[in-house]
Design a protein around this ligand. Structure first.
Ligand SMILES: [Zn+2]
Ligand SMILES: [Zn+2]
Length: 349
C-alpha cells in the first residue's frame, strides 16, 4: 500500500508499505478520507521526532505514516474481534489513540489520558494518510450514515476538538463566544458555537480566513493584525467582554487576549498545542473570577456525540474543506496548508 510519511523539516514522501493484516483485537480500515489537522504542521515542520517530544508524545524519530483524522470502512478483523464489534463494510471513524486498555481513563474512552503510555496513530505510529490503517477494534467509532467520509475525518480530530472544548466550557444558547484563530479547529468552533446558539466573535490575522468565518455563522470578525482584539471585543459587548473565549492558535499573544477578553466570571479555554503564555495573574484572572480551562481533544463517545450533533443539526461540515487532495499530492497539499491561510484539507481515496 501507499503511505505518506513526514520526514521532518517540511518534507513529505509517498512510500510503499506492506498491506497491514490485523493481529488479535485489531481491525484494518480501508481509508476513504484522511484529514489534515493543524497539529500536523508541528510534525511536518520540525526535525524528525522533535515535535512529538515537545508535545510529550514520546520521541519516536522513525518515519511513520502521517494522518490522525482517519475515516473509512472496516475490511478485516483479527482474532478475538466479534462481528458485532466491527462488521465488515461498516463506515467508521477512528479515535486515534490507544492506551493500556484497562485503566479508568481507557475504560471510559479517554485512552489518550492513560498513564501507562499511549500510541497516537499518525503521530507515534502509522496513521491514516495511507490506503489502509491497522488499529485496535476498540478505537472504532461508527460514522452516522448522514455524514460523508470527509466529514467523519474532520470530526475525528479538528471538529471534535472544537466540540469537546465548547462542551467543556458549558456553552449555553445566548452566550457570547470569542474564537481566536480560524484554522480548521477555530472555524469548527465558530460553526458549532453558532449552531449551539452563541453569538460568535471570530478573531484571525489572515484576511482569507476572516472572510470565510462570516459565512460560518460569526456575528462579528476582528482582524487581530490591525486591531487590538481585547479592546475590539469589549467594544462589541458594551464594555463587558464575552462569556467564553477559546484559543485555537497556541500563540502567546492570543492566549493572553483570550483570558483578558472574557467578562467577570467568564471562562477561557486553550486547545492550541505547544508554546507558553505569560499572564498577569491578579488583573487577568483573580480580580475577575476567571476560569481557565485546558482541553485536549475528546473521548471516543464524545466523538460519536459530535458526529451526531453535526448530523442532527445539518451543520454541512463539507463546507469546512477548501482543498480536497489525492494521496499522491501529499507534498503539494502540505505546502499549501503550511501557509495557514487556507481552509481545511483532506485526502480522499
Ligand atoms: Zn490505560
Ligand atoms: Zn489533530
Amino acid at each position: 500500500m501507499r503511505g505518506a510519511v513526514f520526514l521532518g523539516n517540511r518534507k513529505v514522501e509517498l512510500r510503499t508499505f506492506p498491506d497491514p493484516s490485523p493481529g488479535p483485537g485489531e481491525v484494518v480500515i480501508e481509508m476513504k478520507a484522511s484529514g489534515m489537522c493543524g497539529s500536523d504542521l508541528k510534525f511536518y515542520r520540525a526535525p524528525p521526532g522533535e515535535a512529538q517530544k515537545a508535545l510529550g508524545l514520546g520521541g519516536n524519530a522513525e518515519p511513520f505514516i502521517a494522518g490522525h483524522e482517519p475515516c473509512g470502512v472496516v475490511v478485516a478483523r483479527g482474532p478475538g474481534v466479534s462481528e458485532r464489534e466491527a462488521p465488515i463494510g461498516q463506515r467508521v471513524m477512528d479515535h486515534h489513540y490507544s492506551g493500556c486498555g484497562v485503566c479508568p481513563h481507557c475504560r471510559v474512552g479517554w485512552s489518550q489520558l492513560c498513564r501507562a503510555g499511549i500510541t497516537v496513530y499518525g503521530v507515534t505510529a502509522h496513521g491514516g494518510h495511507a490506503d489502509y490503517l491497522r488499529v485496535p477494534a476498540r478505537t472504532l467509532v461508527p460514522l452516522p450514515e448522514e455524514l460523508s467520509f470527509a466529514e467523519g475525518a474532520a470530526v475525528a480530530c479538528g471538529t471534535g476538538t472544537a466540540y469537546g472544548a465548547l462542551r467543556r466550557m458549558r456553552l449555553a444558547g445566548g452566550d457570547t463566544l470569542a474564537v481566536f484563530g480560524q484554522g480548521p479547529v477555530g472555524l469548527s468552533a465558530t460553526l458549532l458555537g453558532a449552531a449551539m446558539g452563541a453569538r460568535v466573535i471570530a478573531v484571525e490575522t489572515s484576511s482569507d480566513r476572516l472572510s470565510l468565518c462570516r459565512a460560518f455563522g460569526a456575528d462579528a470578525t476582528i482582524d487581530a493584525s490591525k486591531d487590538d482584539p481585547v479592546k475590539a471585543i469589549r467594544d462589541l459587548t458594551r464594555g463587558e467582554g464575552v462569556a467564553l473565549a477559546l484559543d485555537c492558535t497556541g500563540a502567546a499573544a492570543a492566549r493572553k487576549a483570550a483570558v483578558q477578553c472574557v467578562k467577570t466570571w467568564g471562562t477561557a479555554c486553550y486547545v492550541g498545542e505547544g508554546g507558553d503564555v505569560t499572564l498577569d495573574v491578579s488583573p487577568d484572572l483573580l480580580r475577575r473570577q476567571v476560569t481557565l480551562i485546558g482541553s485536549w481533544t475528546f473521548s471516543a463517545m464524545g466523538m460519536l456525540e459530535c458526529a451526531r450533533f453535526v448530523a442532527d443539526n445539518r451543520i454541512g461540515l463539507e463546507r469546512i474543506f477548501s482543498h480536497r487532495w489525492r494521496l499522491e499530492q501529499a507534498d503539494e497539499a502540505y505546502r499549501s496548508f503550511d501557509t495557514q491561510s487556507t481552509g481545511k484539507g483532506v485526502f480522499l481515496f
